[in-house]
Design a protein around this ligand. Structure first.
Ligand SMILES: Nc1ncnc2c1ncn2[C@@H]1O[C@H](COP(=O)(O)OP(=O)(O)OP(=O)(O)O)[C@@H](O)[C@H]1O
Ligand SMILES: [Mg+2]
Length: 698
């Protein structure tokens, strides 16, 4: 180990530098350089091979290069070293050349002469004629194992003498990780492995359950098996629809949904349905805080809505705006008057006086406009006076000015579906748009009557917000386990996007609030398997308010802001070119499995810096379970053969066993049977889908 770079050069030299540019170094191989296997490096190693590493001594350190291509050139005369005999006629001799990508610098550690430290970036480039060396086993390991806090071993690097590839979990999960590759290339196994190996390592160090949180969104229901082992730190809580076969029931109460999610699910039209729905949501969410037995309650609420409506119209400048708005405002006034009048007959009192004033003011405004050919415009003074009287009536009924300030329509306060329906109808009545909200009401009713959805949405709420957060994100010190698997495979397709968006948003907002109250982040990882189902690229210019885009926008927000609140994303997908570019561009680490589609390859190429593209050429030919790790979590891009996962730890995605079923036995001779009982399937199908077909017809 105490050799200087120049002393060592004697034995490991394989060629010399022939061409230098900042991003490429070309090398002519010596005639004596190994043809296929190098034996002098402390063990047989394939050489020369694309993507393996070479060293070039520069000053007191080595420049590390990665082989990008190899070629043979027929030269007119041999480049023999030593004395040349010009009297001899040389025969043409094949000359081997290769090109290197400069990756970084390998230098003896300052405090420990026996160690090497690898750093990205080259301080100085070699000059022509410099020797090119094979790294020793020790040097190779130093290159691959470089970096700090490499705490979790994820595999070995076949190109670097099977050096261990370890990662720093802070880096791997802290800035979003994308696992990309074709079907069957090993993505799901890698994701399951990364979670398992990290937790096992943490558990060793902590001596018990790690205080970790992983939430896996699993659209195909693959992961229940992978995290099923009882006494592992990776034992998961599994939430699914219809948990007859084990697991917990998936619950996403409908009062968790925010107004955007409600609007996207019900496809509420922007003009009338959306304001009605949002207003109705405000209404049901605030009603919980008011005592129900108070008789003035109804009237107060009614007056509040009147006030809000007039103020909204005023701020939009609409009663004195263009036709036909003033007319509709006039009609609203008429409607309010008829609804208020019955309350005046019954009793006398201060409150009723105020109401009476309001009704007569409305009458004053309406009377001249009822005549034929009347104009329906309102003046600003008239509107201000109306607001004043309405406000006086409102406070007479115990309303405070604060109540009128727009209450957040998104606060997760419990309400039942029926209440929402009634509220939508009542608000529509008040805004005089009943005939326009019929479709909206119908869609909400469909949702509420669908038996399959009812199970998830929990119409009458049993779950409290607190309980839900504990179940899905994790309890204090993660006592209930570190992994939550949310099996979305049986969630009805109509709601799967909304449900996913709600879950992701609840997690995100919970962590944001945690940060606000505790001033430190609660590190949590959100894993998205088959990410193309949730974050599909959408068109920027179109009106993006359907459920799929709302879901995608939620994840885009998490990708942008999640890091600040400790929320890391892991996404896995077969179709990177179909993913939302803004989510992908926020991923700082990539684990790339085999990718053979050229569009996907092109996309991946665009994500990495120029001098690393050589390595990516290997993508189409990577074997299963092998991947390239690059980005923030890895000092330099490495080819990793991921650790083995035993069969019981792999996500369930076995290839269908055609041959075994055809011939009735598997490779080991065990019998393989597939009994068919369609009646059971038909029964199950017809029973469980009554809800959906009902939903479709209404
Ligand atoms: N780390 C591993 N240990 C053991 N086996 C593995 C590993 N990685 C992959 N495999 C094997 O490869 C097969 C396919 O892997 P996996 O299901 O992870 O692919 P995938 O990329 O998720 O495919 P899809 O896109 O279809 O979901 C597995 O069934 C398993 O046999
Ligand atoms: Mg998979």
């Amino acid at each position: 180990m105490s050799q200087t770079p120049f002393e060592q050069a004697g034995s490991l030299r394989i060629g010399m530098v022939d061409f230098v540019s900042p991003d490429e170094v070309k090398v002519v191989l010596d005639i004596e350089a190994p043809e296929s296997v190098a034996l002098n490096v402390g063990g047989p190693r394939p050489f020369p091979r694309v993507n393996s590493y070479l060293l070039i001594p520069v000053d007191d350190a080595y420049l590390v290069g990665q082989i990008e291509w190899l070629t043979v050139e027929r030269s007119a005369f041999p480049k023999r070293r030593g004395l040349r005999d010009f009297g001899l006629v040389d025969l043409p001799y094949p000359l081997r050349k290769l090109s290197l990508n400069p990756l970084g610098t390998l230098r003896k550690s300052a405090n420990n002469e026996d160690r090497y430290v690898f750093r990205r970036g080259a301080d100085a480039l070699p000059s022509i004629g410099a020797a090119v060396l094979l790294p020793t086993e020790f040097q190779l390991h130093s290159i691959v194992e470089s970096g700090e806090n490499k705490r979790v071993k994820i595999g070995v690097s076949p190109l670097a003498g099977d050096a261990e590839v370890c990662v720093d979990p802070n880096r791997l999960f802290g800035r979003h990780l994308a696992v990309l590759g074709n079907t069957g290339s090993g993505k799901s196994c890698s994701v399951a492995g990364l979670i398992r190996w990290s937790l096992e390592e943490a558990s060793l160090l902590r001596g018990g359950q790690p205080n970790a949180r992983f939430i896996v969104l699993d659209p195909n229901g693959e992961y229940s098996r992978a995290f099923g082992d009882i006494d592992s730190p990776a034992k998961a809580r599994i939430f699914k629809v219809n948990p007859a076969m084990g697991g917990l029931a998936l619950k996403v109460p409908l009062w968790f949904w925010n107004s955007a999610e409600w609007c996207s699910f019900t496809q509420a039209s922007a003009k009338t349905q959306r304001p009605t729905l949002v207003q109705a949501l405000r209404y049901v969410r605030s009603s919980q805080s008011e005592p129900l037995e108070d008789p003035s309650h109804e009237m107060r609420r009614f007056l509040r809505t009147i006030l809000t409506t007039i103020r909204l119209e005023k701020s939009a400048g609409s009663p004195w705006g263009q036709f036909p708005k003033p007319k509709s405002f006039f009609e609203k006034l008429e409607k309010w008057k008829t609804s208020l009048e019955p309350h005046l007959i019954s009793a006398d009192g201060e409150r009723e006086d105020k109401l009476r004033v309001l009704v007569s003011r409305i009458e004053e405004l309406c009377a001249p406009r009822r005549q034929q050919y009347a104009h329906h415009d309102f003046t600003l003074q008239e509107i201000d006076a109306l607001i004043e009287t309405a406000s006086a009536a409102h406070s007479a009924f115990g309303g405070a000015e604060d109540d009128i300030l727009p209450l957040d329509a998104d606060t997760p306060r419990p309400f039942s579906g029926d209440l929402l329906l009634r509220s939508v109808e009542a608000v529509a009545e008040m805004l005089n748009v009943s005939e326009y909200v019929e479709t909206l009401v119908m869609r909400i009713r469909t949702l509420l009557t669908n038996t399959r959805m009812k199970e998830i949405l929990e119409d009458i709420s049993e779950t409290s917000l607190e309980q839900w957060l504990e179940d899905y994100i994790g309890a204090d010190k993660a006592v209930g386990g570190c992994v939550t698997v949310i099996d979305l495979s049986l969630v009805p397709t109509e709601v799967v996007h909304v449900i996913t968006a709600v879950i992701a948003r609840m997690v995100f907002e919970a962590l944001r609030r945690y940060m606000k109250l505790n001033e430190v982040a609660l590190p949590t990882v959100l894993v998205m398997e088959e990410a193309h189902t949730f974050i599909r690229r959408y068109r920027e210019d179109a009106e993006n308010d359907d459920a799929a885009s709302v879901c995608c926008q939620m994840f885009e927000r998490i990708a942008r802001e999640g890091r600040k609140f400790g929320l890391g994303l892991v996404l896995s997908s077969q179709r990177p070119s179909e993913l939302s570019p803004s989510v992908l561009s926020q991923c700082n680490t990539f684990l790339l499995h085999r990718i053979s589609n050229d569009r996907d390859q092109e996309l991946v190429h665009r994500l990495v810096p120029d001098n690393l593209k050589g390595l990516l050429r290997e993508l189409p030919s990577l074997p299963t379970q092998t991947a390239i790790l690059l980005g923030w979590a890895s000092e330099l891009p490495v080819l990793v053969k991921m650790n083995d996962l035993s069969k019981s730890q792999q996500p369930r995605s076995d290839d269908p066993e055609f041959w075994g079923v055809w011939v009735g036995k598997d490779e080991e001779g065990e019998p393989v049977a597939r009994d068919i009982d369609w009646s059971r399937i038909a029964e199950d199908w017809q029973a469980s889908s009554t809800g959906t077909s009902e939903g479709k017809t209404t």
